[in-house]
Design a binder for this molecule. Structure first.
Ligand code: NAP
Length: 258
């Protein structure tokens, strides 16, 4: 996705994966501080443990407590989080407004924290369902959230009158494509938009369940592209070629499916 963007803008930059064992994270950060790098993305399991190794965080990354993008500014390595803004940008592209509406978040890990921070930032009321109640309650460090049980009744109560339901668990991700976080047979609310952060496969079981119930639904590919586009803009100062990035991401996922 990023290399396609560099090529489209005739930039002689390269984006490459750097697998890092947890005990070698400080070494990797030292390498990124070197002249060859302008920045980096950070993913599981380093999004939180990298924080003390950086020179500072943006207020959004600080609120979420996790970093997905590193940017060098005046010799300092700053941790950003573009997941929340990426989600909001993709929801806006789908015409979803959240101000003073209720949002149900399924799961309470790193991505859920970004979802909660993003939705709280646009004055949404947030409800959470997670298999560990204590983890769901810990989201209150970011914003007020109401916690419900992961049962048919809990899901019905939590999703009542919701504008948006977000799956922030990996349930349904390839190769476990027959799984869904939505308990089979539980009715969906009448008008919610269902957003599955999982983007592989191209259509998850949750998205199919929601569409079969007459709801609009999308996977998280748009958020993936948006969070990447925002990181690209932070590193390069150029407007990201989002269509090029989306096509490259779709192509990579198609190849990964075979
Ligand atoms: P994470 O930090 O590991 O959190 C996952 C959450 O899901 C935790 O609350 C976890 O509970 C729960 N969970 C996992 N397996 C479960 C199961 N079988 N049943 C019930 N709950 C389960 O992962 P993450 O970083 O938040 O990522 C979550 C998903 O979002 C991943 O699929 C990731 O690829 C996707 N994601 C997409 C985007 C995008 O741009 N579209 C961005 C970020 C993440 P426990 O802690 O109890 O295991």
């Amino acid at each position: 996705m990023h290399n396609a963007a560099f090529d489209a803008l005739d930039m002689r930059w390269r984006y490459a994966a750097m697998p890092v064992e947890p005990d070698r994270l400080p070494e990797a950060v030292t390498r990124i501080r070197g002249e060859d790098y302008t920045g980096a993305n950070v993913t599981v399991p380093h999004k939180e443990t990298i924080v003390p190794l950086l020179d500072g965080l943006t207020p959004v990354a600080e609120a979420i407590g996790a970093v997905n993008t590193l940017v060098k500014r005046n010799g300092k390595l700053i941790g950003h989080n573009t997941d929340a803004a990426g989600l909001l940008a993709d929801l806006a592209a789908h015409g979803i407004g959240l101000s003073h509406r209720s949002v149900l978040v399924l799961g309470a890990g790193g991505a859920a924290r970004a979802v909660v921070a993003g939705c709280a930032g646009v004055s949404a009321k947030i409800r959470v369902v997670a298999r560990r109640r204590t983890q769901a309650e810990s989201l209150r460090r970011i914003a007020p959230v109401d916690v419900f049980d992961w049962t048919p009744l809990g899901l019905m109560q939590a999703s009542d009158d919701c504008a948006l339901i977000v799956n922030a668990t990996p349930i349904g991700m390839s190769p476990h494509v027959d799984a869904s976080p939505w308990i089979d047979g539980t009715p969906f609310p009448l008008e919610a938009f269902v957003y599955d952060l999982v983007y592989n496969p191209a259509e998850t079981l949750l998205v199919r369940q929601a569409r079969a119930a007459g709801l609009r639904a999308a996977t998280g590919l748009g958020m993936l592209v948006e969070q990447g586009a925002l990181a690209f803009e932070l590193w390069t100062g150029n407007t990201a070629p989002r269509e090029v990035m989306r096509r490259a991401a779709e192509q990579a996922l198609m190849i990964a499916d075979f």
